[in-house]
Design a protein around this ligand. Structure first.
Ligand code: SF4
Ligand code: SF4
Length: 342
């Protein structure tokens, strides 16, 4: 059995439900969360391309990739002694994002017809799903990123990280070859593709001024995300709905108001005028970004902040249609929407 998949989650996690993962009635559900980010469309295409020769059927929709294995079961009717045939399938869904969720649901056998004669249906289907998952993880960019993750988080050498991934994916089909030199190449690609933090901890500043704000996309900016204010801890929600009468505007970031106190990087205040988020509470689970129908938010890197190192920046605040979805889904309740002129 795939070692990676031993930690099967059979219960719904609320954060998973928020990502739109719902078990079908009567189906068994397997969910695995892989601690790597796949956020670029190019990465989704690369994963699909890597799976082209796998023999699986590959589809995609938005941020999801669907990998289906189809197979035929043959048997004999015990009464008529005639040959029987059943076409079965299992689909694994890969949900990309800041983490990758891989899920599959084993449909009841009756979904495919009256195939009472098939033995060990669930076990075979479960194994076929794991073959897909092990193949996806080993043969694609997800594997590249997981190896990188093991090297960084567990301080493994490239060879040990490959070995760990190899042991976790024993059911992989047509495995590609992986070695330290291919890792070095992949690492270079991952580093190039990853957004770099605007300031590295303890790194010497690129310019003589450590307070230089990161490159701006547009709009007035007087607030910097870098500084020395680190003596703050994460604070609990909810956002203070009366903050506009209690706080002062400390400055602007790309044309968006920032309400103080602000002491970066540890204290960032409340951002926005109509779409407001208390950055000092936000834990960056991304629920608001996923919920917003008009893409008001974009991630903003905030390295060094105690609650989370990125925040949902309301850069298209003017597009808000006041549907309240972001306010309603925020777990620590750090979002507050103000209708115009409120
Ligand atoms: S209220 Fe609706 S439209 Fe406005 S930012 Fe929130 S989710 Fe987006
Ligand atoms: S504002 Fe709330 S919903 Fe949005 S990322 Fe932060 S914690 Fe999550």
């Amino acid at each position: 059995m795939s070692a990676l998949l031993k930690d099967r989650v059979w219960v719904m996690l609320s954060e998973v439900a928020k990502r739109g993962v719902y078990p079908l009635h009567g189906s068994r559900l397997g969910i695995y969360r892989i601690p790597v980010d796949i956020t670029e469309h190019a990465d989704i295409n690369a994963i699909m391309n890597s799976l082209k020769s796998s023999g699986f059927k590959i589809d995609s929709y938005a941020d999801r990739i669907y990998v289906t294995d189809r197979w035929t079961e043959n048997g004999i009717d015990i009464i008529t002694q005639q040959g029987l045939e059943a076409n079965l399938d299992i689909t694994v869904e890969i949900i990309t994002g800041d983490v990758v969720d891989i899920i599959y649901q084993i449909k009841p056998l009756e979904t495919f017809g009256d195939h009472y004669w098939i033995k060990n249906y669930r076990q075979k289907t479960d194994t076929n799903a794991k073959i897909i998952i092990d193949t996806v993880i080993w043969n694609t960019k997800i594997g590249d990123k997981l190896i990188d993750h093991y090297q960084k988080s567990q301080k493994l050498s490239p060879d040990d990280a490959i070995k760990k991934l190899d042991e976790m994916t024993p059911l992989k089909k047509n495995p590609i070859s992986r070695n330290s030199s291919s890792i070095a190449q992949n690492q270079e690609t991952i580093d190039k593709a990853s957004p770099q933090p605007q300031v590295q901890a303890n790194a010497p500043p690129a310019t003589p001024s450590p307070q230089t704000p990161p490159a701006m996309k547009g709009g007035d900016t007087t607030i910097s995300l870098v500084g020395t204010g680190n003596s703050y801890s994460k604070i609990d929600g909810p956002i203070d709905p009366e903050f506009k009468t209690k706080r002062q505007v400390a400055g602007m970031y790309q044309g968006i108001k920032v309400w103080g106190p602000v002491d970066p990087p540890g204290q960032l205040g409340i951002w926005g005028t109509e779409v407001t988020v208390d950055f000092d509470i936000c834990i960056a689970d991304g629920a608001c970004i996923e919920a917003c129908p008009v893409n008001v938010f974009e991630w903003l890197d905030t390295p060094g902040h105690p609650a989370s190192e990125k925040k949902p920046f309301m850069m298209r605040e003017k597009d808000c249609i006041f549907c309240m979805a972001c306010e309603n889904v925020c777990p620590p309740q750090c979002v507050k929407i103000f209708q115009k002129n409120q």
